[in-house]
Ligand binder design. Structure first.
Ligand code: GLP
Length: 241
């Protein structure tokens, strides 16, 4: 695990974007594994700027996202599909047919997991996977206790995750209780992983991820075993290391 400590959220975002841009420059049809949440927004802004400055070209890039809420249509501003269009895809020259997320509105979520797993299989290996992290160490929506062997699956969100994510919704009752997520084994197959974190509220969990035991109770702790994982975090998030 390599750790890059930055002075600010802005610097963290730029460092992450530079690594992704390098992958794109090296391989024009790279597969990017993308994440949602508030943390990657600055990274995506930097990628948009680099595209506008003609430093990078997304025309042949393919993407797979980590997860999607069950029950939110793509028109819902809290769906991850809406998020990705709004924060990245609508501002770059990517072919939207090459962008992939689980369909949270599928009639049969288990069949949808199978379909999405096949999509990922056809695009693997993911050249670089972006990860944020939940306060309980979740990556994607792999909550504590999830098997390290897991593949794409339906997951029940913990009360802590629902509580953390309610800030985006009108009320806590509107936060979906289930999601479809890549599993931990799926995530670990990426050639390179960058985990980004900012702010003091992530300090406790980052110390467990970096220095604690590798345990399914802290899903992101598995990253200690990845051959090319970079943690990019600001000094507040690294204050307990
Ligand atoms: C959600 C997402 C995760 C994300 C996490 C942290 O639960 N499913 O992929 O990492 O939130 O979000 P934030 O970056 O807003 O702290």
């Amino acid at each position: 695990m390599k750790i890059i400590k930055t002075n600010s959220y802005e610097e963290m975002s730029l460092e992450a974007a530079k690594i992704i841009a390098d992958v794109i420059k090296e391989k024009e049809d790279a597969t990017l594994g993308l994440a949602t949440g508030s943390t990657p927004i600055g990274t995506y802004k930097n990628l948009i700027k680099m595209y506008e400055e003609k430093q990078i070209d997304f025309s042949k890039i393919r993407t797979v996202n980590l997860d999607e809420y069950i029950g939110l249509p793509p028109t819902d501003k809290n769906s991850y599909k809406y998020f990705m269009n709004e924060n990245l895809f609508d501002h770059i020259n990517i072919n939207k047919e090459n962008t992939n997320l689980p369909n949270g509105m599928a009639d049969d979520p288990d069949n949808e997991c199978e379909r999405y797993k096949n999509v990922i299989d056809s695009l693997e290996p993911v050249d670089v996977q972006v990860l944020g992290v939940g306060h309980n160490g979740h990556i994607g929506f792999n909550e504590p206790g999830e098997s390290f062997e897991s593949e794409v699956h339906v997951t029940n969100l913990t009360d802590r995750t629902i509580e953390a994510n309610k800030r985006f919704f009108d009320s806590i009752d509107d936060v979906p209780k289930k999601a479809i997520t890549m599993g931990i084994a799926t995530i670990m197959r990426a050639k390179k992983i960058i985990l980004i974190a900012s702010g003091e509220d992530k300090a406790e969990i980052l110390s467990k991820i970096i220095n604690g035991d590798v345990t399914e109770n802290v899903p992101a702790s598995i990253l200690q075993k990845h051959p090319d994982c970079i943690i990019i975090a600001d000094s507040s998030a690294l204050s307990k290391i």
